[in-house]
Design a protein around this ligand. Sequence first.
Ligand code: B3K
Ligand code: ZN
Length: 885
Amino acid sequence: MRTEQPKMIYLKDYQAPEYLIDETHLTFELFEDHTLVHAQLVMRRNPERGAGLPPLALDGQQLELLSVKLNDLELTAQDYQLTDSHLTLNPQTEQFVLDTSVKIHPESNTALEGLYKSGGMFCTQCEAEGFRKITYYLDRPDVMSTFTTTVIGDKNRYPILLSNGNPVGSGPQDDGRHWATWEDPFKKPAYLFALVAGDLWCVEDTFTTMSQREVALRIYVEPENIDKCQHAMNSLKKSMRWDEETYGREYDLDIFMIVAVNDFNMGAMENKGLNIFNSSAVLARAETATDAAHQRVEAIVAHEYFHNWSGNRVTCRDWFQLSLKEGFTVFRDAGFSADMNSATVKRIQDVAYLRTHQFAEDAGPMAHAVRPDSFIEISNFYTLTVYEKGSEVVGMLHTLLGAEGFRKGSDLYFDRHDGQAVTCDDFIKAMEDANGVDLTQFKRWYSQAGTPRLSVSEQYDGASQTYSLTFSQSCPATPGQTEKLPFVIPVALGLLDAKGKELPLQLAGESSPAGTSRVLSVTESQQTFTFTGIAEQPLPSLLRGFSAPVKLHFAYSRDQLMFLMQHDSDGFNRWEAGQQLAVQVLQDLIGQHQRGEALVMDQRLVQALRSVLGNEQLDQAMVAEMLSLPGEAYLTEISDVADVEAIHAAREFARKQLADSLYDALWARYQANREVSKTTPYVPQASHFARRALQNIALSYLMLTGKPEVLAAALEQFEHSDNMTERLTALAVLVNSPFEAEKAQALASFAEHFKDNPLVMDQWFSVQAGSTLPGGLQRVRELMEHPAFNIKNPNKVRALIGAFAGQNLINFHAADGSGYRFLADRVIQLNGFNPQIASRQLAPLTRWRKYDSARQALMKAELERIRNSGELSSDVFEVVSKSLA
Ligand code: B3K
Ligand code: ZN
């Protein structure tokens, strides 16, 4: 908790550190009621900062200082200053050795930052600024040191003692305790430090790198989870190979370890050689984890592994540069997932997520640039903008430079900056130098917040056989940024003739056509491109593969969208045409609902989806994606004022219409796929994911008809599936159905069967929290009393409270404000023990400007109540104060 008003920190104030740390030697003595940390730091004046020996201010929070020695001489209280955030002393020489001993309390650390206990295990989370809760240090990423770590603990409780690097020694002590020493030869910032101690089992494997070095691979888990590690291990080996083949990056240490912990604030952490994971991002097997969970494990294992180069070997100079490692690493893991599964489906899912959630962030009070220029609490900046939009920015470079040019740039970046802490500008500079291009204007993507709008108009001239596209770009004001300069927007496009064939693309001034799909670079506020040799009025397929994170506007008719759905050679754009058609149709229905009219749906949507459903050639995962209507959150994001009831009513009406009209086709595909599922053993691979995705979306439509044969099918799937993907969907459709007896029975039997598996119980909570039937808040309140719920566990908070506020819009936005009050109460409660989770859960309330004036007033009142609720963490303080500003 803070004692004074939190301060804003600015990028423009960055200065290199006054002192450097070359070596860090740590000893941890673990006890049940405290831990002792002895640190020996080999330090020197930073030559970059010139002559003189200014005071040395070490970061440190919640530490009880026991002793300080400078060059072996014990200091007394007159020799240093101690505040609740710093230890300041005066070095006498350019080089010196500093020894400190502190006492800390991991056993009562509920914020899950620094050293803490999860169940019976000690673990750490230091990014971004958690290391200062372990020992006094220069806790900033541009201070890089080698580390030697000795851990001492009770042999029975903590048979496994781990830290970063390679193991160099271990042994028993006389007192029933034992020790282990680890040495990490690669210089790293303190945020990559990790320690684990516990009673853990491990799954072992090896990987031979491209230069034929053998690396030991270990995944450590609590004994009961030892049967759920194979998928993560397979994912790890695939990631290691892929990074060698795609980026030329080889692993460096002799051992790579992953540890699964149950209490973790986010997905996982890339600590050098010792990744610590939320158990939800490691454990997966057919019976307990869905296909989506399997894919998430694969992606997160890859992401954290890829950080070994993009983040660890080359790290960030300061936290404003966070996207340097995160945006790039998300881009890398997306490429990996695309290669392992269906690339088009991966792109569709990423874009749907970005447009729903990142665009909303970019339009709200917390909007910030990919490289922010100020923050109060860095923990609040692990955002969709830094991660997902940051990845889109790297993706645009890939589009503009081409795969080969991009690889030249990444090679140069890694070679030039290995072992350094650098900036986004350094990354761009490497791309420029490797390709001989000037990316000055492109860099605006790093500094300007907000989602650009790109409007496109066309002009066809039959006489000269020319076709022109005029692009106009603009970007809305965001907090602290009113004027925006034009971005570089890569627009991948094609032109279709009346038969759906792609036309050769030749721009005015070019001597011959260059392909049928190409990338235009839009760099001005308004810019026209003219194609020649166009014999008939074409239909443009714009922004293929979503080549830039913008809101595209082109006045497509519904018939044109149906045409693109059928004929576009770009799979992403076929899906996108269907989404745009659905948006238009849903917006009609929303209007009708608002005017109190009877709802009448444009049957072209039915017709379009009928043909998708009948297309046996199409990848079944694509069919499933195309059958999914835009979500309520996306419909909210694209509304000026979101009418929660109208959006929900319109979408549910459309779903029911589709279910009734397409019943036979849905039923046929459902049954065909369920038959295959019944007789095929579960394999986590794309073709199986695709079959189950179509089967499950078909079931959720079919259930809306309320027919007895569908209820029977749902019950059969629920009872007899051998995997969680089918079982959980069956449970979800029952939970959202009017069949009260069957629902109650299914929920009870599921809970009885899985009561000892916390990750499965999280899914049980989420399915109920997401039910849009009336009475949602009451159900959530009751579930908070369930023995499997625990508000101290972040996964439980996300599964119940997060799912309710983020996914159950009709219940959360109840007109009486009860949902808002409930969430504010939880935020106030969480603020008291886990500020990071409190601040994350706040997000739905920050979007108050999207709603009608009555809801705005209710949401603001809750934000004000939080603001006045007593002592706020800097995390919650920043979000609340920016939201109300
Ligand atoms: N780098 C970590 C995130 C740390 C979050 C700190 N509040 C996980 C990741 O992006 O790989
Ligand atoms: Zn990351």
